[in-house]
Write a protein that binds this ligand. Structure first.
Ligand SMILES: [Fe+2]
Ligand SMILES: [Fe+2]
Length: 368
């Protein structure tokens, strides 16, 4: 049951304004001070509160505009040629939800970006094309549709598409709003192209095989050495896991992209998951802290967020704000649906801020 609280309960501010108090507040203001009871109820909510609203970005509406950006600006001039997705209530910090940024980037065959780095961490989920690659700290990694790629905090990185590839489109996810809020971001441009330090795909091949790790590895970085998580491995794994386990009532078969050396999140500030919803899956509603950005990797269905239904299909992107009720449904009777998502859970968990609540009368928000 929802706890019913009221500001009349002992300890909550309920002071009526009087001319004397208003004069008092003004006097405090002139000294750079204020009376806590005028803001306490705002800054100390009974429950977690998000200023973001749930939103869905339909790919069929955005795709043509994303492609048109390639006619209008070059990657060199734009720096990063990206159409970013912004939450109606988070425009001031360029966030898609909470403190997370997301955008859609297009790279034509033969194009590449200049190498740079920033304190914000980045990840990518590949939407279209082939011949795409990224170079992260001198490690070249190629990618295909539905692959998940990371670019950790302060790693030099550049991206491109081979001359004989096909226009690549991918979703970027960054914690720019968070790192800016912490007033800790920076940005630097690499002089020229990064020298390659390893053979192409050395890291994902070396660290992702059958539970094996290189015996001589000396990976000391605070993020996963697996810079790429390939769909060709991820999807079969989900299928196999679905044969030997029951669904999570909220998320179906959900697995976290992990650092193989620690079992933890892939990076220090952002985590990511892939989930498989079996045919006809109808998830129960729950809510938890942490902001989430989803992309449908396969299939079609809908998600109800705080009573609002968002129908999604392959490539659509939507967000679930912190502490928003949500439930996922696969509309197909015959095919599974897969949802990629990234989140700020490493921060939420690391700071001891994670909490979750199940909706105990599940039909309450279920639309008919
Ligand atoms: Fe970047
Ligand atoms: Fe959830």
């Amino acid at each position: 049951m929802e706890a019913k609280q009221s500001d009349d309960v002992l300890g909550r501010a309920r002071v009526q304004d009087t001319p004397e108090l208003e004069a008092y507040y003004k006097e405090l203001e002139t000294l750079g001070a204020g009376a806590l009871w005028t803001v306490a109820n705002d800054i100390e909510p009974w429950e977690p509160r998000s200023s973001s609203v749930p939103m869905l970005w339909k790919y069929e509406n955005l795709r043509e505009l994303v492609l048109r950006s390639a006619d209008l600006v070059t990657p060199e001039k734009a720096g990063r040629r990206v159409v970013y997705l912004v939450n109606e209530k988070r425009k001031d910090v360029s966030a898609a939800v909470g403190w997370l940024y997301t955008g859609i980037q297009v790279t034509r065959p033969g194009e590449s970006t200049s190498a740079h780095r920033h304190k914000a961490s980045a990840l990518r989920f590949i939407m279209e094309g082939n011949g795409g690659y990224t170079v992260v700290d001198g490690n070249k990694v190629t990618f295909e549709v539905n692959d998940f790629v990371i670019t950790p905090n302060s790693a030099w990185h550049e991206h491109g598409c081979d001359e004989n590839g096909q226009t690549c489109i991918w979703q970027d996810g960054l914690d720019i709003p968070l790192v800016n809020a912490l007033e800790a971001n920076d940005y630097a441009v690499f002089d020229g192209k990064q020298p390659l330090r390893t053979e192409t795909n050395f890291l994902p091949i070396s660290y992702s095989g059958a539970g094996l790790l290189p015996t001589n590895h000396d990976w000391q970085k605070p993020y996963s050495p697996l810079f790429k998580y390939a769909w060709k491995d991820v999807y079969p794994t989900l299928i196999e896991v679905s044969k030997v386990t029951q669904d999570c009532p909220f998320d179906g078969i959900i697995m976290q992209y992990s650092n193989p050396l620690t079992g933890g999140h892939v990076m220090q500030t952002m985590g990511a998951s892939m989930q498989l919803l079996r045919p006809k899956f109808k998830g129960k509603a729950h809510k938890h802290t942490g902001s989430f950005v989803y992309q449908c990797a396969k299939g079609q269905g809908y998600t109800i967020v705080n009573g609002q239904r968002f129908d999604w299909k392959e490539r659509d992107i939507f967000c679930v704000p912190s502490w928003a009720w949500h439930e996922h449904v696969n509309l197909s009777e015959t095919d599974d649906a897969c949802l990629f998502s990234f989140n700020d859970l490493p921060v939420i968990e690391g700071l001891g801020l994670y909490q979750t609540k199940d909706y105990d009368q599940n039909n309450g928000f279920q639309q008919v």
